[in-house]
Design a protein around this ligand. Structure first.
Ligand code: PGA
Length: 259
C-alpha cells in the first residue's frame, strides 16, 4: 500500500548552476526508480531551474516551506499557488529549523498544511523532539502534540494525502541517528495516532519518513523497518551519488510496497 519515498531537502544550498548540475546528476542516476518515489526540494530561487531539469522524469519537485495565504501583503513569503504553478508536487512543512530558528508555531504549520492541500500539494509534515525532550522522556508527548496540531481539523480523506516525517532534532545534521528501532517505535506511535485521527485504513496509507543524518551506509537499515517508509535527507542529498544510493537502498524489495 505504501511505496517508500525519499525526499532531498537541499535547505539553503544550491545557486543556479550548482542546482541544475545536481538535479541533472540525480535525474540521470534515477531514470526509472523502482519501488521508491523520489522528490527534490531546492531553495525557492532554484525551483524553476530544477523544474526544467526534471521535466519528463519521474522525479518530483518540492518546496521547503510555503505561506498559508494565496496572495497578499506578506513580504518575503511564497504561496502554495505559486509553488503549484511551478510544478511542485509537495512541500516540506514544520521542519525543525523553521520551528526553532524561524519560531513557527503549530498553529501556523497547521494553516500551511491545509493551504498546501487546497492547492494539491502533498504536505510533508515534520515532527520531532529535541535532545533535552528525549532525555526528559517527552518524546511521545512532543511528537503527539506536533502531529495533532499540524493535522488539526483535516477531514479523514485529506489525511491520506499527507506524508509525515519523524526527524529527531538531535539527529539533524549532527551525524547522530536514531537507531532504526528507536525510529520505528516513534513511527508506530505516530501511526496509532493517525488511526485515531482518521481510520486504521487511512493510517496504513500514510507514509512516515525518517530524517536525521540518513547516509548511504545507514539507509538500508532504516528501510528494513516495516514502519519506516523512506527518508527525508539533508546533508547527504547535496551529493548526487550519495542521494542516489540512499534512494536505491530505500526502495521496497522487488518493487513491492510496504503494507
Ligand atoms: P540531515 O538533515 O540529513 O542533514 O540530518 C535532515 C533534514 O533536516 O531534513
Amino acid at each position: 500500500m505504501r511505496t517508500p519515498m525519499v525526499v532531498a531537502n537541499w535547505k539553503m544550498h544550491g545557486r543556479l548552476a550548482e542546482a541544475r548540475e545536481l538535479a541533472q546528476a540525480v535525474r540521470d542516476g534515477l531514470k526509472r526508480p523502482r519501488g521508491v518515489e523520489v522528490a527534490i526540494c531546492p531553495p525557492f530561487t532554484a525551483l524553476a531551474a530544477v523544474a526544467e531539469v526534471l521535466a519528463g522524469s519521474p522525479l518530483m519537485l518540492g518546496a521547503q516551506n510555503c505561506h498559508w495565504e494565496e496572495s497578499g501583503a506578506f513580504t518575503g513569503e511564497v504561496s502554495p499557488a505559486m509553488l503549484a504553478e511551478l510544478g511542485c508536487r509537495l512541500v516540506v512543512l514544520g521542519h525543525s529549523e523553521r520551528r526553532h530558528i524561524s519560531r513557527e508555531t503549530d498553529e501556523e504549520i497547521s494553516r500551511k498544511v491545509a493551504a498546501a492541500l487546497r492547492h494539491r500539494l502533498q504536505p510533508v509534515l515534520c515532527v520531532g523532539e529535541t535532545a533535552e525532550e528525549r532525555r526528559q522522556g517527552l518524546t511521545f508527548t512532543v511528537v503527539e502534540g506536533q502531529l495533532r496540531a499540524g493535522l488539526a481539523g483535516l477531514p479523514a480523506e485529506d489525511l491520506v494525502r499527507c506524508t509525515i516525517a519523524y526527524e529527531p532534532v538531535w539527529a539533524i545534521g549532527t551525524g547522530l541517528t536514531a537507531t532504526p528501532s528507536q525510529a520505528a517505535e516513534v513511527h508506530g506511535y505516530l501511526r496509532g495516532l493517525l488511526s485515531e485521527l482518521g481510520s486504521k485504513e487511512s493510517a496504513q496509507a500514510v507514509r512516515i519518513l525518517y530524517g536525521g543524518s540518513v547516509k548511504p551506509d545507514n539507509a538500508g537499515l532504516f528501510s528494513q523497518e516495516p514502519e519506516i517508509d523512506g527518508a527525508l535527507v539533508g546533508g547527504a542529498s547535496l551529493q548526487a551519488a550519495s542521494f542516489i544510493t540512499i534512494a536505491k537502498k530505500s526502495a521496497a524489495k522487488s518493487g513491492a510496497s510496504k503494507e
